[in-house]
Design a protein around this ligand. Structure first.
Ligand SMILES: [Fe+2]
Ligand SMILES: [Fe+2]
Length: 169
């Protein structure tokens, strides 16, 4: 497989890796702070999503290596130090929206370069990022609808788990 022919795809795939790496770092930062503040539902949503983004890095990296490129492992930017849960969800939803938009464009670029396998990867990622967007958007909606009760319910859930879990050796 000639590297030259797929140079553009390798570049785009590496840009996506950088995007995914930032999402992983950002969501784990949100996970730690939600956990610390007792927002269990949000804490696990961010962790679960970060793990899915890791899966995306893997798929992208496998394709880069197959095309005889190398995985640069650059991170797109700095983690935003947001600690307010509503702001976290807004930030995460925007990131997903942005990724989906870019992956759509890059899918078309790969297609124009006769690289339909990379195109397919980007298309599959669009589906996942849209689903992530939807999850964050739904939580933002719940927060609006239930106000303070949204957080109270999460705190009660944690108390329930703590009070009913027996330590086993
Ligand atoms: Fe992703
Ligand atoms: Fe995502």
């Amino acid at each position: 497989m000639s590297k030259k022919k797929f140079e553009k795809s390798i570049e785009l795939l590496n840009k996506a890796v950088a995007d995914e790496l930032l999402a992983i770092h950002q969501y784990m930062y949100f996970h730690f702070h939600c956990d610390d503040q007792g927002y269990d539902l949000l804490a696990s949503l961010f962790k679960k999503t970060a793990i899915q983004e890791m899966g995306h890095v893997e798929v992208l990296s496998e394709r880069i290596l197959f095309l005889k490129g190398d995985v640069e492992m650059k991170i797109l930017g700095e983690v935003k130090k947001i600690r307010d849960p509503k702001e976290m969800l807004k930030c995460a939803a925007d990131m997903e929206d942005e990724s989906a938009k870019e992956y759509n464009i890059w899918a078309n670029e790969c297609s124009a370069n006769a690289d339909s396998a990379s195109k397919k990867i980007f298309e599959d990622l669009v589906l996942d990022e849209e689903a992530h967007f939807d999850q964050f958007d739904t939580e933002m909606g719940n927060m609006e609808r239930f106000g303070e009760n949204y957080f109270a319910l999460q705190a009660i859930e944690r108390s329930k788990v703590v009070s009913t879990t027996t330590k086993q050796n």
